[in-house]
Structures are given as structure tokens and as C-alpha cells.
Design a protein around this ligand. Structure first.
Ligand code: SF4
Ligand code: SF4
Length: 135
């Protein structure tokens, strides 16, 4: 048994206290969603284009040495990842999404979702969207 498989089993066994299906995809609006070369390859296979074409079309420079996903305008949070469906609030490349998206939040808890759940309960509005920006 290899270590990565064991790690995955342990990670999947962690019970999470957030529900992405009930969230407006706040984490998909982070300004810097870093892309690795293997993400370009995976997305390229999905779109039927080269990794370089994915890089040019869907990414841009971030911090020095970093490549990040481009954004599109979003009425809820100002801007969001280019791959987010702005109506359904779901990822349009879910099965091919970058590694950083797969691992986030890498914890049993999500800070945004806890705030969202608290405010929905407090304001008695199950559809409430908490608009927050990290500056
Ligand atoms: S902000 Fe948290 S609950 Fe919302 S989609 Fe991201 S990980 Fe899921
Ligand atoms: S690739 Fe998908 S999961 Fe990742 S930030 Fe964009 S919309 Fe969200």
C-alpha cells in the first residue's frame, strides 16, 4: 500500500462540517487560484487543446513565479474564477479542476461556510448570501 493512497483514505474519512452545495462558491472568488503544470495538462485534455493554449486562454500572471486562473465579473462578489457558472454557482470543469481546488479547504471546517450558516440562522433566511471580500 503506498503512502498517498493511505493519506487519501484518511482524508476522505474526515467528516466535514460544511456543505459546498449550499454555498455560493465563495472560495471560487479568491483572487489568486494557483495553477500547476499538471493542471494545465488535465484541463487541456478536457478541452482538447494544448496545455499552452489553456495557459494563454484561462490563466494570467499572479505573484512572481505564479500562474493563476483568470476571473470574470460576478454580481455577488465582484469577480470569480473564469470556470465558475455564475448562475448555478457550480464549477464547469469540476472533474478536471486544479489540484488546489480539490484540496481546499483541506480541513473539516470552512470559515466562510460557518459564517454563512450562522447568518442564515440568525436572520432566518436559508438563502442568504454573505458578501465578503478578502482585501
Ligand atoms: S467557501 Fe467553503 S463551503 Fe463554500 S464552496 Fe468553498 S469550501 Fe465549499
Ligand atoms: S476551477 Fe472550479 S473549483 Fe476551481 S476555483 Fe474555478 S470554479 Fe472553483
Amino acid at each position: 500500500m503506498s503512502l498517498p493512497v493511505l493519506k487519501n483514505v484518511v482524508k476522505n474519512a474526515v467528516k466535514t462540517s460544511y456543505d459546498c452545495a449550499r454555498c455560493p462558491a465563495y472560495c471560487c472568488t479568491y483572487a489568486r487560484i494557483a495553477i500547476e503544470p499538471r493542471d494545465l495538462v488535465r484541463l487541456g485534455k478536457h478541452f482538447g487543446i494544448s496545455p499552452e493554449a489553456v495557459r494563454r486562454r484561462y490563466t494570467e500572471d499572479g505573484e512572481p513565479g505564479e500562474r493563476i486562473l483568470r476571473h470574470q465579473k460576478d454580481k455577488l462578489f465582484g469577480s470569480a474564477c473564469v470556470f465558475l457558472d455564475l448562475e448555478t454557482r457550480r464549477c464547469t470543469v469540476y472533474n478536471h479542476r486544479p489540484g488546489v481546488c480539490k484540496s481546499y479547504p483541506d480541513s473539516a471546517r470552512c470559515g466562510y461556510y460557518e459564517m454563512l450558516r450562522f447568518e442564515r440562522k440568525w436572520q432566518d433566511d436559508p438563502e442568504l448570501v454573505v458578501r465578503a471580500r478578502v482585501l
